[in-house]
Ligand binder design. Structure first.
Ligand code: PEP
Length: 248
């Protein structure tokens, strides 16, 4: 069995004032699952300080593949770790779209995360056109093969299935569609790493997860948690999502 993880991605939202949400969230955590928030990089250190002594973990949304050098504006995985990050998201569709990141780029970033001793949350997911063309599973296979580096330690990998068309839209796949993709991801990981290792890799669903749909999504086989965007900004939304995961 994989561990359960409720991960929040604040994207380019939040401020020091928004850290009041962290206090409220910490108060709600019951230890039934892992809970992680990935704020903008400027908030990692203050959020981590706020979370000290609690079960809340803090992560980053991306990193540069190099350890240091002439990369203006970028941050290395080790720098993010020093700020307090334990996890780094790689391959989010907004990075793939806004910054042209390829599977190769994602694999290099993921390797950097692993080298820094952190956990990578590797995102994969099809566009609406790809789903309509019935190539979702092929797209997922290609992204998985290309985005997870050879020799990656399974204990440092989390995979997030995030259909691009479900992110921030209020639309979600059917439970059967989520089940199909998650079973496929587990199978692909098993073929690559062996079932014993693959079974321990948390598989998250992401895309318009809300308090109202979380419990049914967490009831789907091979769904070990969620990567949550909009609904992670408020403790009043993210707390119940984490509670639904803990109870699943
Ligand atoms: C995301 O961006 O990873 C995401 C899942 O966003 P939302 O929950 O807002 O759809």
């Amino acid at each position: 069995m994989a561990r359960k993880l409720a991960a929040g991605n604040w994207k380019m939202n939040g401020s020091l004032a928004a850290l009041a949400e962290v206090d409220a969230l910490i108060g709600d955590l019951d230890g039934g699952c892992e809970v992680l928030l990935c704020p903008p990089a400027t908030l990692i250190a203050p959020m981590a300080a706020r979370a000290t002594g609690s079960a809340l973990m803090v992560g980053a949304q991306t990193c540069h593949p190099a350890t240091s050098g002439a990369h203006t504006g970028d941050l290395s995985a080790a720098m993010l770790a020093e700020a307090g990050a334990t996890h780094i998201i790689t391959g989010h569709s907004e990075r793939r779209t806004d910054h042209g990141e390829t599977d190769g780029d994602v694999a290099a970033q993921t390797q950097a995360v692993l080298d820094a001793g952190l956990i990578a949350i590797v995102c994969v997911g099809e566009t609406e056109a790809e789903r309509d063309a019935a190539v979702t599973l092929n797209v997922i296979s290609t992204q998985l093969a290309g985005s997870i580096p050879e020799g990656a330690a399974p204990a440092q990998i989390v995979v997030a299935y995030e259909p691009v068309w479900a992110i921030g839209t209020g639309r979600t796949p059917t439970l059967d569609q989520i089940a199909d993709v998650h079973a496929h991801i587990r199978e692909e990981l098993s073929e690559r790493l062996g079932a014993a290792q693959a079974d321990h890799i948390p598989l998250l669903y992401g895309g318009s997860v809300k308090p109202g749909n979380a419990a049914e999504i967490f009831g789907v086989q091979h769904v070990d948690g969620a990567l949550v965007g909009g609904a992670s900004l408020k403790a009043a939304d993210f707390g119940p999502i984490a509670a639904a995961l803990a109870a699943s």
